[in-house]
Design a protein around this ligand. Sequence first.
Ligand code: NAD
Ligand code: LMR
Length: 328
Amino acid sequence: MHLVVICGAAGGIGQPLSLLLKQSDLISHLALFDVVNAPGVAADLSHINTKSKVTGHGKEQMDEALKGAHTVVIPAGVPRKPGMTRDDLFKINAGIVRDLAEGVARNCPNAFVLVISNPVNSTVPIVCQVLKKHDVFNPSKVFGISTLDVVRASRFVSEISPAIDPSTRITVIGGHSGVTIVPLLSQLPNSFADSLSRDQLDALTHRIQYGGDEVVKAKDGAGSATLSMAYAGARFTLSLLQATVTGKTGLIESAYVHLDADKKNTAAFREKTGLEYFALDVEFGKNGVGRILELPRVSIYEQALLDVAIPELKTNIAKGASFITVSA
Ligand code: NAD
Ligand code: LMR
């Protein structure tokens, strides 16, 4: 019995994400929670002839939806409009994410919690702090989904170099907003990064860091990335389920995590940077984070990106963490 709950299931991401997850036999029950239209989306999805049962839960039914969940995916909250930063969403989304994390602590304290709601750099610390407050925090079970940055990096690189297949995984570290997104293009084979001129490298890096803005601008007030995010969110969720439900090994995704999830492999990095949260490649295990892959050697160019990302991340993390008071 594996219950997966989508919080914000009737939204732009929630609907296609639910559709993609409905196709998986690893999920026995898909519970769709939203403050609007969840029963309608659930009724629609429930006619699809795959294994999982689908239920819809409205505004007052969060506890019922979350009860006993194996995995909770959170794309609830408002998206950006042109001219906004992700941090501008904090005012509204911080409270939404806090209340959902409270629901997790009450109803499914052992669940894997996958955070999509922006600003991810701050909403993940909010979830962790709420779970700490209730004494149910397990750093191996809370993830900020930064997979869309990896998906974009793979796609954009393949557009420049047809020799690189779009499915090639690229390591993207840091956080999930602008300068905190640090693609490690030096890791690509055949000296790909060295084959680019400085202008080309700057342009590609900027496109990966600001891919979200491209979509916000093109949607012109109607929201941000939903379909590509649903794809990325489903990929991440299904990888995690394969590891935690079937025990499959060797599954790696980038994720924004609390570094206590693997103290050994992150100790040196943490000491050097003072960061508590960071996006790194994670190998899933039976209990969530199996191990965090050590930061590979970065180029001088990438170190300069990191030098800009780290102070910004620290500000974002402090903002999220201080939103919740945890008594000692
Ligand atoms: P949307 O407005 O289309 O959908 C959000 C849904 O959340 C709505 O259906 C809304 O009713 C619901 N909701 C609001 N408050 C809720 C609550 N308290 N409980 C349950 N549901 C609630 O927005 P969207 O385009 O789906 O984006 C959702 C969030 O995901 C935004 O914050 C956006 O910035 C973020 N996002 C993150 C990434 C990423 O890479 N991590 C990518 C794209 C979007
Ligand atoms: C994205 O990267 O597309 C999301 O974080 C949504 C946004 O606000 O850009």
